[in-house]
Design a protein around this ligand. Sequence first.
Ligand SMILES: N[C@@H](CCC(=O)N[C@@H](CS)C(=O)NCC(=O)O)C(=O)O
Length: 231
Amino acid sequence: MKLYELEGLAGRHYSSFSWRTRMALAHKGIAFESCPVRISDKAAIAFSGQGKVPIIQDGETVVSDSWKIAEYLEKQYPDAPSLFGGAIGMGTSRLINAWTDRQLLGTLAAAIAPEIVQIVDEGDSAHLAAGFEKGFGKPMAEFKAGQEASLKRFRQALDPLRATLRNQPFICGAAPAYADYIVFSLLQWARIVSFAPALEEGDAVGAWFERLLDAHGGLGRSEPARTGAGR
Ligand SMILES: N[C@@H](CCC(=O)N[C@@H](CS)C(=O)NCC(=O)O)C(=O)O
């Protein structure tokens, strides 16, 4: 099993979408070889017929898009622990995926964009900056001033998760599964990329995130954090 994923300076695995796949593979107990990709190097992933990561190559089979990869793993490895817990779980996980991509990801991206462009080489930095400027319709120089407001919006948007965690330790109930990894991937992104904590101290979402950093032999925690690190 090969996982094509973004790699920044100092070997940082900073792609949020790839973290969904990393956690899904760990959940299934599937060992993988990480194949580093620079975000501006589209030739390196042309074999997949599209321009984004994550991509997995499982023998002869190539699958791109984190959601499609999760569906593939569930179907191809039915005897390994389930990512969705059946058709109903797959349906509700799809909602979590859409909520995360459409409501959470943008606010967090706006907050950490100035730091993302610092942890990659010059070519990737220019590629990412052009994407952020186009996506948000403002120059990179203006992102920093809005960081606190964007983080505040991100924390507010997590309220449904906070309410859920009053009754259960994970989104998926007693133990984590794919829907947890979807939201986890954003906080892991922030942890790897940003000096500023994404969450306030004492937030129940933070305790949930810590539990997920420890899951599957501490796969998430083994990735070095920038949050809390000395500059
Ligand atoms: N819907 C896709 C989105 C993947 C995606 O946007 N990946 C980003 C990296 S985190 C990417 O490769 N972007 C390519 C680019 O900006 O050129 C998924 O779930 O995998």
